[in-house]
Design a protein around this ligand. Structure first.
Ligand SMILES: [Zn+2]
Length: 346
């Protein structure tokens, strides 16, 4: 081994490394090459092992060439690493691109169920007259649902409600919201102005106007000197707010065991406006609720003196109200959860 051989080996290593670098296709290949040539046990070290066999004068010359070759290779490795690294980054960025101009998936907007929306509207109208909304139980006792409302055991009026009983003795699913009146009269001191919305249950044959599960909204006012005239005035205001100003209304005699006298409250037909049509059974009127003066027996059952306190109660079906407002012809639609139906009430 002499100076010329070593110098030539070093130049050869530099050239081979340069051409291998040009062929490297990714950063990992560049790093493997760097280790192979410049590493502790790499090819450059291997070439320089021959330096010990040279005359002492030649050693610095070879050292100078070796340093130049090492620097050249290091610079070439760094350059290639930079080029390949940025190409890889570009490719990754392109692959992970999110096109922000693409329209997103639409978020479907929900809406209140028409029963709930009608109950909220009823409560909102009566709130303007000072009526407060109360929530009362869906599972009731026979006393609250019937007896305290002046419907004793074996009273023929029980035939009006086909009752669903639960597996607890003496308990049933309330057939109307009227037991809520008892709860309120026993816990709130008069004057009382209460709205009692809620779910009711009856064992009914299901048809276009009857379901086994439905909502009711009950109203109750108890005060000194309350009259049927107050009831009429209040219901007129309600009908005008709900169905339009100036709509004609009327009372017809009705019957409920817990009110005396009892009335049905009609509003002029919302379809024909009076002359009569199929929607109103050619009568020109539509019944929207039942009402009456609270029966003295019911007042006494709640610890109120009928000589001092009078009051009225009224009850309506929010589905019926919604059917009239939105011209819906089948009550079963309210419980079928069909979005084509429900989506129409935004
Ligand atoms: Zn009509």
């Amino acid at each position: 081994m002499n100076l010329d051989d070593l110098s030539r080996d070093l130049e050869t290593l530099a050239e081979e490394t340069a051409s291998a670098l040009a062929g490297a296709s990714d950063v990992a290949a560049v790093e493997a090459l760097e280790l192979d040539v410049l590493g502790k046990k790499g090819r450059l070290t291997g070439v320089l092992r021959g330096i010990g066999a040279l005359p002492a004068d030649d050693r610095p010359k070879v050292g100078a060439i070796a340093n130049r070759v090492r620097a050249t290779i290091e610079a070439a490795v760094a350059e290639r690493r930079t080029i390949l690294g940025s190409a890889e980054l570009d490719a990754r960025l392109r692959a992970e691109t999110i096109d922000v101009t693409m329209p997103g998936r639409p978020i479907r907007r929900g809406s209140l169920h028409p029963s709930i929306e009608s109950m909220a509207e009823i409560a909102r109208i009566f709130a303007q007259f000072g009526f407060v909304t109360y929530e009362t139980p869906e599972i009731e006792t026979d006393e609250y649902n019937f007896q305290d409302l002046n419907i004793p055991q074996d009273h023929p009026a029980r035939d009006l409600w086909d009752t669903l009983y639960v597996d607890i003795p003496g308990r049933l699913l309330r057939t109307h919201t009227s037991p809520g009146q008892i709860h309120v009269m026993r816990t709130v001191k008069p004057p009382i102005r209460a709205i009692l919305p809620g779910r009711c249950f009856r064992y009914e044959a299901i048809d276009a106007s009857h379901g086994t599960e439905f909502f009711q909204v009950e109203g109750l006012m108890i005060d000194e000197g309350t009259t049927l005239g107050d009831l009429r005035g209040l219901l007129d205001e309600f009908a005008h707010a709900m169905f339009g100003a100036g709509k004609k209304t009327r009372f017809r005699p009705g019957y409920y065991p817990f009110t005396e006298p009892s009335v049905a409250f009609d509003v002029e037909c919302l379809v024909c406006g009076g002359p009569g049509c199929p929607a109103c059974g050619r009568s020109g009127w539509m019944t929207i609720l039942g009402a009456g003066m609270v029966h003295p027996v019911v007042l006494r059952n709640c610890g109120l003196d009928p000589e001092r306190y009078q009051g009225f109660a009224f009850g309506m079906g929010p589905e019926r109200i919604a059917m009239l407002r939105h011209r819906i012809n089948d009550i079963r639609l309210f419980l079928e959860n069909d979005l084509r139906f429900l989506g129409q009430f935004r």
